[in-house]
Design a protein around this ligand. Sequence first.
Ligand code: TPP
Ligand code: MG
Length: 410
Amino acid sequence: MTEFAQLSLHVPEPAVRPGGQPDFSNVTIAKAGAVARPDVDAAPEDIRDLAYSIIRILNREGEAVGPWAGLLSDEALLTGLRNMMKLRAFDARMLMAQRQGKTSFYMQHLGEEAVSCAFRKALRQGDMNFPTYRQAGLLIADGYPMEEMMNQIFSNESDPLRGRQLPVMYSSKEHGFFTISGNLSTQYVQAVGWAMASAIKNDTKIAAAWIGDGSTAESDFHSALVFASTYKAPVILNIVNNQWAISTFQGIARGGSGTFAARGLGFGIPALRVDGNDYLAVHAVSLWAAERARRNLGPTLIEYVTYRVGAHSTSDDPSAYRPKTESEAWPLGDPVLRLKKHLILKGAWSESRHVQAEAEILDEVIDAQKRAEAHGTLHAGGKPSVRDIFDGVYADMPPHIRRQRQKAGY
Ligand SMILES: Cc1ncc(C[n+]2csc(CCOP(=O)(O)OP(=O)(O)O)c2C)c(N)n1
Ligand SMILES: [Mg+2]
C-alpha cells in the first residue's frame, strides 16, 4: 500500500488531429507596433518580456506601425517582395521536377519565405550563415544563381557539389552560406565556434546559426548556448518555429514551458520573438541582433513564429497528422500577401504590377531550369564523374584511397 497514486507519463498531444477543426486560440499575438524597441545594449534582464511577446510591424490593414518600423525604403521592400516571390516560384517548379523524376528529393519553404529572405538583408558580405534546408531564401536574396541551385538539385554534370550532397543541401562560401548538414542542430555549435574564431582573430565578421523548433530538443542546441553566452560570441541564434517537426508538433520540443525564445533567458542571452510572416519585422529584429553582434555585445536569440504550410519534404504527407485546413487558420497570414498589401497601400505597387511580376519571375525560373536541365537531371544527361567521390576530403590522398580510385578506373 502506498499513499500515492500510480505514476504516469505525460505525453503532449496536438490539440487537433486530421478531421478536426483547426484551433490556434492558444497562440497569443501582440498587436502590431505594440512591443517596445530597446537599445541594442539593453541589459538582458531588462528585456525579458521580449521573449514572451511577438514583435510585429505590419498590421491587419497593411500599415507599418510602431517603434521597429521605418528601416526599409520602398525599393528595398520591393526587392524583398520579389525575392520571396522568386523563392515561392522556385519551390513550385522544383516540387514539380521531383514529381517528374528529375530529382529524388525536394524541400519547400511555403509560408516561411520572409524569414530567410529578410534575414539575409541584415548580414554583410563575409558574415556566415549555418543554415538548415529551410533557408534557401538566404541564397536567393543574395543573388546566388538559381541555375546553380538547380544543378545541385539535379546532381548533374554542373552540380557545384559534384553529386556528393542530398538535393537542396547547397553550399556557397562567397554568399555566406555554409555547407548544409543534414544532421540538425550541428549548425548551432558550428556557428558559435565560427563566431568565436572570428572574435579570437579580432575580425569584424559575425555568424548566424539556424535551427527548427523540433531540433532545439537536441543537446547541441544547449551546448551552443553555453559557449555563446560564456564567451559572448558574435552570433545570431535563430530558431524557426514553424509549428511542426515533420509529424511532431512544436509542443514536444517546448517542454510545455514558456516559448522557444525563453530558452535564451536562462543563459542571460537577450531573446526576442518575432512575427516570422512579417518581412519588415523579421528584418528589423535581425538587424538589431546583427548590430549587437557587431558591437561585440554578444549573442542574441530570435524565435521566428511562422507556419510550415507545405509538407515537410517530398517524402511527407501532412494530411496524416494535421487538419488539411490548418494553414488557412494560421493567424499570422501569408508573408507575400502581407508585404504586397503594404506596398499597394503605400502606392508603390499594384495588383496588375504584381501579376506582371509573377509572370516575369516564372519566366526567369523556367529559363534557369532549362539551362540547368541542359546539364542533366537525375536520370538523364550529364552526371558528375565517379572520380569526384575521391576528391575534396583529404589534402593528401592516403594510399588506400588512391588504390580504390585506381581500381575504379579513375
Ligand atoms: C540530428 C538529427 N536528428 C533527426 C533528423 C531527422 N529529421 C530531419 S528533419 C526533422 C524535423 C526537424 O524539424 P524542425 O527542427 O522543426 O525543422 P523544420 O523541418 O520544421 O524546418 C528530423 C527529425 C536529422 N536530420 N538530424
Ligand atoms: Mg519545425
